[in-house]
Ligand binder design. Structure first.
Ligand SMILES: Cc1cc2nc3c(=O)[nH]c(=O)nc-3n(C[C@H](O)[C@H](O)[C@H](O)COP(=O)(O)O)c2cc1C
Length: 159
């Protein structure tokens, strides 16, 4: 069964989860990259990123074209931005019409909004089977506590 982990990460937390999941189940993994540069420091990053979500932006992806058809399972990861998923994930979902897939969702957040984020993701790609979802609070800060949890979750997806 072929599985793709696809994710965006701004500060490395979602990437930490994605790397752990892909290693655990030997999945292919692709990090979404954009030409749009968000400010990386201080309040500016929240203002620009939040505005980008609210305006429904779909920043251009720098990734090479992907063959999503070859994957039965797609595991999508995002940081929670303004109670939603990050704009590069929106770009991916618009560009690749996912249907008939097994989909799992994971997110990293600062303390709230993951449920809303998952609900919006599911609404964006309705014609799929959702097999799991999990959220972590800034997991990179605490890898010891989080790695067992994310590994167990990744393994549960193939059951
Ligand atoms: C633009 C922006 C908006 C954010 N909005 C939220 C939010 O609504 N709720 C929340 O809990 N965390 C929010 N955060 C914090 C991130 O979700 C959190 O730090 C996450 O772990 C970052 O993942 P990353 O390191 O993969 O980028 C926001 C961060 C940014 C930059």
């Amino acid at each position: 069964m072929s599985t793709l982990v696809i994710y965006f990460s701004f500060n490395g937390n979602t990437k930490y989860l994605a790397d752990t999941i892909a290693d655990t189940i030997s999945a292919d993994s692709i990090e979404l990259k954009t030409s749009k540069q968000y400010p990386t420091e201080g309040l500016k990053k929240f203002l620009w990123g939040g505005k980008s979500v609210l305006f429904g932006e779909e920043p251009a992806l720098l990734n090479a074209p992907m063959d999503v058809n070859k994957y039965e399972t797609i595991i999508i990861g995002t940081p929670v931005w303004a109670g939603s998923f990050a704009p590069p994930v929106k770009s991916f979902l618009s560009q690749y019409n996912l249907h008939g897939k097994r989909i799992a969702l994971f997110a990293s957040h600062g303390g709230g909004g993951a449920e809303k984020c998952f609900a919006k993701l599911k609404k964006a790609i309705p014609d799929n089977e959702f097999i799991g979802e999990i959220a972590f609070v800034d997991p990179k800060k605490n890898p010891k506590d989080n790695s067992a949890k994310v590994i167990a979750w990744a393994k549960s997806l193939s059951n």
